[in-house]
Design a protein around this ligand. Structure first.
Ligand SMILES: [Zn+2]
Length: 120
């Protein structure tokens, strides 16, 4: 038996690879998205990141949980540490506000309008 036919025989006997199987990238705990992300939400993360009250913080470099602050500028939820950090730059009209539930898009729009009014 030639080397090449021996090689092809071995390759045929190889177990099927996992190519084609979808392996989702790890995202930590997954949260059920109650309200789909607002069209204006930034950034547009995969999964539930920043889109669930009490879920994963919206800041790209942060994976803390308990995102219970809503950012009226990015339409995302943030952990307390980042919300306080962001608000340091927006003292007069805080960008991040503490909320207690998943906001509807109507509530998000209302928060945005109120913030714009406060800034005038
Ligand atoms: Zn954070």
């Amino acid at each position: 038996m030639s080397y090449s036919s021996e090689l092809s025989r071995r390759l045929r006997k190889k177990p099927p690879t996992t190519a084609g199987c979808h392996i989702p990238e790890p995202q930590g705990p997954d949260f059920k998205v109650v309200v789909p992300p607002h069209p204006q939400k930034y950034p547009n993360h995969q999964g539930s990141k920043g889109s669930v009250f009490g879920g994963i913080c919206n800041r790209t470099a942060c994976d803390r949980l308990h995102a219970e602050f809503y950012n009226r500028g990015t339409y995302g939820y943030y952990c307390a540490e980042d919300a306080i950090g962001i608000n340091r730059y927006s003292v007069k009209t805080p960008l991040c506000i503490e909320v207690d539930h998943d906001l509807t898009h109507e509530e998000m729009d209302a928060h945005y309008r109120r913030m714009m009014e406060d800034m005038r």
